[in-house]
Design a protein around this ligand. Structure first.
Ligand SMILES: Cc1cc2nc3c(=O)[nH]c(=O)nc-3n(C[C@H](O)[C@H](O)[C@H](O)COP(=O)(O)OP(=O)(O)OC[C@H]3O[C@@H](n4cnc5c(N)ncnc54)[C@H](O)[C@@H]3O)c2cc1C
Length: 688
């Protein structure tokens, strides 16, 4: 009997205590399955460290079905059923598909070079007209000199800004690749205001959301943003999803992506002309927002309310927001690799537009790529690259230590199912795999794996999570949370008087779920907005539960809220998905790809609704029953509850959209529910 059937049975249990008992027993069993997998694979490597009764473990392997996503099933992807454990079986050395060895070499050219047989031209005119020609030559050379001198003079007196752009627009790597370099705009800090009412440090989503909030409470506000990127504020989520699916090279160059429904959208939050020039900000009668790009703040004096730029100049502020985001983490082996000049060209992290542009260029020139990391970024990138490689001429490997994709978030069975989906996209998924050594090999990268094998690829992307960017903390006397990282703030997102923190770098107190730090788009939007409001005097607490989403391409996506940690016990209800249950269908219906922008209170959330809405919801519920319809065979769509001390602390909505406010209300309740089936009904997942 498949697990899914077990689940259906579980969900028909009328009482929560029954449900829970079965679930936790099941969870333990699953755990045992994983250990069995490890045991069998390590045994095959001649390195069996598992203790205990081996014959029993063997029995367990035979009698209990256990998914082994490490098997290469790309060719049998339609079959997503779970299978028996087998040792890791990868063949990283096999040659990429469609490798054409018959390209003719230059040596094979059979035609003689006839040009070499043509005699030198002889012309009587040359001798006759010699004097004339030498005078013309002199005039021509003089002319050239004058033009060169004029151009040099123009360049010398032209604005420094223009020169800097031309000089630093692209840097060349040793592999001959052009790499975008940081451009300072304005080029000279004398053009950046020395004293501003509002200073926002970091030009990401949280800052963008903050300046919107400031301008809406104080329309004449003068806001200065300092960003160490060369761009105006932009959104990051499409960088690992939609932008890879845009085949129009020109629009990709302009950082335009196509939403899943095909409509075009810019990565930038606002067009360039929304912003005022830095040097004009303080004189602007209606205020405005100016962004000093390519500039870094290196230190804050929170008592004197001063910020120091990287050239040592100072900006005084009245209110300041620190929204410096997060930076990619690296495992020790990749820390060493990235410190080496040659290796660093082949080992990439992925966070911003520069990374996207560089990765795309490398992807186009590559035959094999390794993506290290099984979380949402690694999984999204792997799927996006596999889809982009329409001719299947490349090998895209995804390596991670967990047993399945998104294994830290999703319950094990769903993580395994997701791995099969990722494989179906054409990705060579290598779970339970870690990189223990990195070196260059024939212009490529050789990765030594924990199972003793090696994998040679053209380049690798390390997507193993991020850490909050708190570089300013030590010099600025700001406190960082020792466990979670991030600047410590109170519920009003204040670190010190007149200093606010928002986005990925904030460690805040959630009165319901305890101290937290969140690295997601919606959280940045919401905290940025709240910080902006509080900077204009609102004094509001941060009580909102933010959400996040991830799309593995246009067909599979999920939204989540609260603490979604696969080590917690979970209870889930699934139903069969229809064509309407996909990220693409959602974007087609709403024309909005940034998921957090489309939240609304659905009518079925009856505890919080009017009598009329409640009656409507009750009527619709007569036609659906979780127990009857819990098919879940392919985990098409569903709702997963994460429990801590029997209370729901997190919810994943799997291919279920527009239900986030229901999830938020459920989380807010903090109740011990008698029957989670009843809670699941609120999400109407059986609606066709
Ligand atoms: C490829 C990708 C895909 C993602 N997809 C999703 C998704 O699907 N769903 C989701 O919920 N979340 C997603 N995220 C996460 C989300 O984008 C982030 O949580 C969000 O961008 C954080 O916003 P922020 O403003 O806190 O930080 P950031 O957007 O990182 O902005 C911080 C900015 O500050 C700059 N900075 C840092 N230090 C300084 C300094 N000292 N001086 C000046 N400037 C400085 C940084 O360079 C950066 O530009 C994704 C992230 C990435 C990278």
């Amino acid at each position: 009997m498949s697990r899914v059937v077990h689940l259906s049975k579980i969900f028909t249990s009328p009482k929560l205590h029954n449900t829970k008992t079965v679930i936790s027993a099941w969870t333990k069993k699953s755990h045992f399955h994983i250990q069995s997998c490890l045991y069998s694979s390590s045994k095959n490597n001649g390195n069996n460290k598992a203790g205990g009764d081996k014959s029993k473990e063997k029995d367990a392997i035979q009698t209990h079905p256990c998914s082994n996503p490490s098997q290469d099933t790309n060719k049998e992807n339609s079959n997503l059923k779970l299978r028996q454990c087998k040792p890791l079986d990868i063949n990283p050395l096999s040659s990429p598909v469609n490798c054409n060895s018959k390209i003719p070499s230059i040596k094979d050219c059979p035609t003689p070079n006839l040009m070499s047989e043509i005699p030198d031209p002889k012309c009587g005119y040359e001798e006759h007209d010699g004097k004339h020609r030498s005078r013309n030559k002199t005039i021509f050379l003089l002319g050239l000199l004058v033009v060169a001198l004029t151009m040099g003079a123009v360049w010398f007196v032209s604005p420094l800004e223009y020169k800097t752009e031309k000089q630093t627009e692209k840097k060349e790597t040793s592999k001959g690749k052009k790499k975008r370099a940081i451009i300072k705009t304005p080029a000279n800090s004398k053009d950046i205001p020395k004293k501003v009412p509002y200073l926002l440090i970091g030009g990401g989503t949280a800052s963008f959301s903050a300046f919107r909030a400031i301008k809406s409470s104080d329309p004449q506000a003068k806001v200065l943003v300092i960003s160490n990127e060369s761009f105006y504020p932009y959104m990051r989520p499409p960088l690992s999803k939609e932008i890879w699916f845009n085949d129009d090279k020109d629009s990709v160059k302009k950082l335009i992506f196509k939403q899943w429904n095909g409509s075009e959208r810019s990565l930038f939050y606002e067009p360039d002309d929304f912003y005022v020039e830095c040097k004009e900000l303080m004189g602007s009668p209606n205020g405005g927002v100016a962004v000093a790009r390519g500039w870094t703040i290196t230190e804050l004096d929170v008592v004197e309310r001063k910020a120091y730029l990287d050239d040592g100049s100072v900006i005084e502020y009245e209110k300041c927001l620190l929204a410096t985001g997060a930076k990619p983490k690296l495992s020790p082996v990749f820390q060493v690799a990235i410190a080496d000049e040659k290796l660093s060209e082949l080992v990439k992290t992925y966070r911003n537009v520069y990374d996207f542009e560089e990765t795309l260029e490398m992807f186009n020139d590559s035959k094999s790529i390794a993506i290290i990391g099984g979380g949402f970024l690694g999984s999204e990138l792997a799927c996006a690259m596999a889809r982009k490689d329409k001719k299947h001429s490349k090998r895209i490997y995804q390596l991670f230590p967990e047993a399945g994709n998104m294994g830290k978030i999703l319950p094990e069975y769903l993580s395994f199912w997701t791995t099969e989906k990722v494989k179906a996209e054409g990705v060579y998924v290598l779970p339970q795999t870690e990189v223990v050594g990195v070196k260059t090999e024939n212009n490529g990268l050789e990765l030594t794996l924990n199972n003793g094998k090696t994998l040679t690829v053209d380049f690798a992307i390390v997507a193993v999570g991020v850490e909050p960017n708190t570089d300013l903390a030590p010099k600025s006397d700001l406190e960082v949370d020792p466990d979670l990282g991030g600047y410590l703030v109170n519920t009003e997102l204040q670190a010190r008087t007149d200093l606010y923190i928002a986005g990925d770098c904030a460690c805040f107190y959630d009165p319901r779920l305890g101290r937290r730090r969140i690295e997601h788009h919606d959280h940045s939007v919401v905290t940025g907005r709240l910080a902006g409001e509080n900077m204009t005097g609102a004094r509001k607490p941060y009580l909102h539960q933010s959400m996040f989403w991830s799309d593995l391409g246009p067909d599979v996506g999920y939204e989540a809220i609260g603490i979604v940690d696969s080590t917690l016990p979970t209870v889930a209800v699934f139903a069969k998905a229809t064509d309407k249950d996909s990220p693409k269908a959602l974007v087609t219906a709403t024309d909005e790809g940034i998921r957090s922008n489309i939240e609304q209170v659905p009518p079925e959330c009856d505890k919080y609704l009017t009598e009329e809405q409640k009656a409507e919801a009750a009527e619709s519920r007569k036609h659906s029953s979780v127990a009857d319809k819990a098919e879940g065979e392919d985990f098409g769509k569903g709702v997963i509850f994460y429990l801590r001390n029997d209370i729901i602390v997190g919810i994943v909505l799997w291919n279920v959209f527009n239900r986030m406010s229901t999830a938020r209300q459920v989380l807010k309740d903090q109740r011990k529910y008698e029957d989670l089936n009843e809670v699941a009904k609120l999400f109407n997942i059986h609606e066709e």
